[in-house]
Ligand binder design. Structure first.
Ligand SMILES: [Ca+2]
Length: 130
């Protein structure tokens, strides 16, 4: 009986050793903050997009509706209006990046330049290190 108890204890220790590295890993995460990557949900992704358009002089909202400027900009890039842009950002674009469908992605701000306006930033899924 004592031998059986020792064998059971040895099995439990083995499980503990094997399980420890798994428990220490973050299942879904972005690279360290020093890399400039932030883990965001779809509302934060949209809010950052709104800030980016504002940085380029295009206010997204006018009160509770889309601004005339944003509707015009949306049409200049092939969308029906500002609402179609928000729908695209929150759905088609988001779904393309959130590959593991857990509601989070990694976002990285990029320096604003003529070729990279404020509403363009990096996005990768948060399962890159999962
Ligand atoms: Ca994700």
């Amino acid at each position: 009986m004592k031998r059986l108890a020792l064998a059971a204890a040895a099995v439990l220790m083995l499980i503990a050793v094997v399980a420890a590295p798994v428990a220490a890993r973050t299942p879904f995460a972005c690279p360290a903050a020093a890399s400039g990557q932030l883990r965001v949900d779809v509302d934060e992704w949209w809010d950052r997009s709104v800030t980016g358009w504002a940085e380029e002089g295009i206010p997204v909202y006018d009160g509770s509706d889309y601004s005339v400027e944003f509707d015009a900009w949306a049409q200049s890039v092939g969308f029906a209006d500002g609402a179609a842009i928000e729908d695209f950002v929150r759905n088609a674009q988001w779904d393309e990046i959130d590959k593991n469908d857990n509601g989070f992605v990694c976002m990285k701000n990029l320096p604003n330049t003529a070729g990279t306006p404020g509403f363009i930033f990096g996005g990768t899924d948060d399962n890159a290190r999962g």
